[in-house]
Write a protein that binds this ligand. Structure first.
Ligand SMILES: [Zn+2]
Length: 320
């Protein structure tokens, strides 16, 4: 599974960071999932190899505008680009009427079925390659994280089983390997039964805004990657006396260290943190604060950067 960040700023965009949006990309191909859709997400997508036709689902973590104001434009453009496949949009129930009204009032016609599912009722969603569940977080409004788990990654033929059941080598095996069910001895053989994962399933958690990382204790166990906001550094909170429902780099890093998170990706940075190391406060302050509490593989997400989970389980930046 890969990640590509389309927006890593909190609240407002900056010249180098757009507002929240993260693409989760299947290992097996180009199919992908979008978590949050801040304004301008469709513009960011133009700078990525991701196509609206390959999008398999949109997941919105909470109602705040920096996480959803890009929806009407992105959906309308998906329609104009000729998408016809149904699209699932998992979002807070309170946003459903807003999406419907935005499209209706602007007379935007979608040539595909938009299936809106309230995130509050989402137990478990799945596509053919990925299963998604939610974890409740703590913010000024209800907020969730989405847990993406691969289903049967890189399936290979279960040769021992095929041989044990006396299924002859040849075209039958070939079809089963492609996931096509076949007829043999008057019986239908379900391809899924004869394919098994050739490596452990990856698990990636992409969180919405959250001021209490400890809520992730259970799902973080064994997760490959945790993507979490680090809106502020501790000195900023100490000065203002208010975290506005957000986390500091230190708090997230401390949690990740304790939970044994292998790869921690921080995002959703306050626009006050500048890229220029000579200015203050600077994004390096966020990195240094996190590094002081976390010894794992730390990444500060950058807009349009793609990251890949390598064979050894380490997250690395790759060219998109
Ligand atoms: Zn936010």
């Amino acid at each position: 599974m890969d990640l590509q960040f389309l927006g890593t700023s909190s609240g407002v965009p900056t010249k180098s960071r757009n507002v929240s949006a993260t693409a989760v990309i299947e290992a097996s191909g180009s199919h992908w999932y979008l978590v949050d859709c801040g304004e301008g997400t469709q513009h960011q997508l133009l700078h990525s190899p991701l196509s609206m036709r390959d999008l398999r689902g949109i997941f919105i973590t909470h109602v705040h505008g920096d996480h959803c104001f890009g929806l009407p434009g992105l959906l309308a453009s998906a329609g104009m680009s000729g998408r016809t496949e149904p699209l699932d949009l998992i979002l807070p129930a309170a946003l459903q009427d807003w999406v419907r009204l935005s499209l209706a009032a602007s007379e935007s016609y979608l040539p595909f079925e938009l299936r809106m599912l309230p995130v509050e009722q989402l137990q478990h969603w799945q596509s053919s390659h990925v299963e998604v569940s939610t974890v409740q977080l703590s913010h000024r409004v209800p907020s969730v994280g989405f847990v993406f788990t691969e289903l049967n990654p890189e399936p290979r033929l279960d040769i021992a089983r095929l041989e044990a059941e006396g299924i002859p080598r040849g075209p039958l095996w070939g079809d089963l390997a492609k996931g096509i069910s076949v007829e043999h001895d008057g019986q239908t053989l379900d391809a899924r039964v004869y394919l098994k994962a050739s490596r452990p399933a990856r698990r990636v958690i992409v969180c919405g805004d959250n001021d209490n990382p400890a809520l992730l204790a259970q799902v973080a166990q064994g997760a490959d990657v945790l993507v979490h906001e680090a809106t502020f550094t501790q000195p900023i909170i100490d000065r203002s006396g208010n975290s506005f429902g957000h986390s500091t780099a230190a708090a997230v890093a401390r949690f990740a260290e304790q939970a044994g998170v292998r790869n921690l990706v921080l995002t959703h940075f306050s626009a006050r943190y500048q890229a220029d190391p000579k200015r203050s406060p600077c994004i390096d302050d966020v990195r240094e604060e996190a590094q002081a509490h976390y010894s794992g593989n730390l990444t500060l997400a950058r807009d349009l950067q793609r990251y890949h989970i390598g064979r050894d389980g380490g997250l690395v930046a790759v060219s998109a």
